[in-house]
Ligand binder design. Structure first.
Ligand SMILES: Nc1ncnc2c1ncn2[C@@H]1O[C@H](COP(=O)(O)OP(=O)(O)O)[C@@H](O)[C@H]1O
Ligand SMILES: [Mg+2]
Length: 472
């Protein structure tokens, strides 16, 4: 694709106008921060989602590679989740210094103690990658196993870009078919419906666990509206505090919340310490885990998605204990960037000497937590000096440098010419009931593009925009 900065300014204005109209009419929207009630009342204070005006070039080879990895990672998550000892051992040092991870591990231990088995297992995942410019390698940033956002809106961005490319085919000279079909919302809804069917109770509902005042609610409503319209499955939305207040487990393990029987619990909250401001939220989490409802994710799937587990899996010979197929193992390993724990003294020494080549990550999700550049060096030196256990709260990762490209971003109706980098997220779903794998598939994608001067990639956190891709 040519440089969008060179597109005639009048054409850009037309494209922006059409993109804004399209987004408003097709529900590519988020709650507007400037409107107080926008996170509380649907339909109040909506604004178009922040977007890239045109899709970004992405090589077809690495696109195919990312798609092929999806079912393999799903299987890997499932296998790892079944190894309770591996999860507990891997996170044992983190547990001592990270109160949040420690609470999650306590719930996990309790499930091990009572011998809780999850026969029906559902994962809705997003594996994020960056394409390293120098080596041209597709490298995994992280694998999200809880609350993966933008499966509802991601597919709309692809549709928007396809529409713009076909309306303006003459002027732009681009082929809309090069934007891969993206069915993220309908695919996730379909697998949620299949999980609901496995639960075998026609009057039960899907419960979406939400943050109070969620402004990214339309992304979630896309899934639940599709669930209702296409699959006739009802859903309810509850915060962790509401679940604590209104939830109970019946003698046979059934979870009831507000009088409704819950077949599937779909978490769009519960991944960050701030989601648990009091004991009430932790009680709700434990209650759900103890119940017979299908959890997306279960505590084991959640822990499998931690950064510490990612780093452990990257150690020699660890993948081999979870996957048997040599090709699969090779494919997964190929996308692993360098990952180290802070007790690796050589890695720490190298990171102090060359901090710009590393990222330091705590066990957190949701963006805005990583340490970059000189702060890596300072933090490592401080930890060394203090000789504290706190180092176990972090992992070190090779910093990936994707190509910087010119792009046009639209936020709040205003268009910005920027230089940016992209991160490709591949959605995938895994559903099994005992020995039967019902779904294991790639479910569309999300490209996130962020201004190249910003280190973090969160769209909700305000650093990035939603994007799609144009295969080259
Ligand atoms: N190794 C890396 N190299 C370059 N950028 C990275 C790296 N790891 C993370 N980032 C950037 O930081 C963001 C947040 O990191 P991530 O591991 O995805 O944590 P979170 O759970 O907060 O999303 C990513 O979206 C990406 O933009
Ligand atoms: Mg991330």
């Amino acid at each position: 694709m040519s440089d969008p900065h060179t597109i005639d300014p009048e054409l850009i204005q037309k494209l922006v106008h059409d993109a804004l109209v399209w987004s408003s009419l097709h529900g590519l929207v988020v709650g507007d921060r400037n409107v107080e009630r926008s996170g509380l009342v649907p339909g109040v204070g909506m604004v178009h989602a922040p977007i890239a005006l045109l899709p970004n070039s992405f090589p077809e080879v690495q696109w195919n590679q990312a798609c092929e990895l999806a079912p393999i990672f799903n299987k890997l998550v499932d296998r790892v989740s079944l190894d309770g000892k591996f999860l507990q051992d891997t996170l044992s040092r983190t547990k001592k210094v990270d109160a949040f991870t420690s609470r999650l591990l306590d719930i996990h231990s309790r499930m091990l103690q009572i011998g809780k088995k999850e026969d029906i297992r559902l994962g809705l995942h997003r594996s994020d990658y960056m394409l390293d410019e120098k080596t041209n390698l597709l490298l995994q940033i992280e694998l999200n196993t809880i609350s993966c956002s933008f499966s509802g809106l991601g597919c709309l961005v692809s549709d928007l870009h396809r529409s713009l490319l076909s309306y303006y085919k003459k002027q732009l000279g681009l082929d809309s078919q090069k934007v891969p079909i993206n069915a993220s919302a309908s695919k996730f809804a379909e697998v949620l419906a299949k999980a609901w069917t496995e639960y075998s109770n026609p009057s039960a509902v899907v419960m979406v666990v939400v943050q109070p005042g969620e402004r990214n609610m339309y992304d979630q409503h896309w899934l639940t509206a599709t669930l209702k319209e296409r699959h006739n499955v009802t859903s309810i939305r509850k915060t962790l505090a509401e679940i604590d207040a209104q939830g109970k487990i019946l003698a046979d393990g059934t979870l009831q919340v507000d009088g409704e029987t819950v077949a599937v619990i779909y978490f769009r909250a519960g991944y960050a310490p701030t989601d648990y401001p009091s004991e009430s939220e932790w009680k709700a989490r434990l209650l759900m885990e103890e119940s017979s409802a299908i959890k997306c994710p279960s505590i084991s799937y959640h822990l499998t998605g931690t950064k510490k587990v990612q780093q452990e899996l990257a150690k020699p010979n660890v993948l081999e204990s979870f996957l048997e197929n040599k090709d699969d193992i090779a494919k997964v390993r190929e996308c692993f960037a360098g990952l180290w724990s802070l007790d690796d003294l050589d890695a720490v020494k190298s990171a102090i000497q060359k901090p710009e080549a590393y990222v330091m990550k705590p066990q957190r999700e949701g963006g805005g937590n990583n340490i970059y550049g000189d702060d890596v060096k300072e933090t490592l030196l401080r930890l060394q000096k203090e000789g504290s256990e706190e180092e176990a709260a972090y992992i070190l990762m090779q910093r990936i440098f994707p190509a910087v490209f010119p792009t046009v971003l639209v936020r709040d109706g205003i268009c910005y010419k920027e230089h940016a980098v992209s991160e490709l997220g591949i959605f995938s779903a895994y559903l099994r009931n005992k020995e039967t794998v019902i779904s294991n598939e790639q479910c569309g994608y999300l490209m996130r593009t962020k201004v190249s001067s910003s280190n973090e990639g969160g769209v909700a956190a305000g650093f990035a925009v939603l994007d799609s891709l144009y295969l080259i």
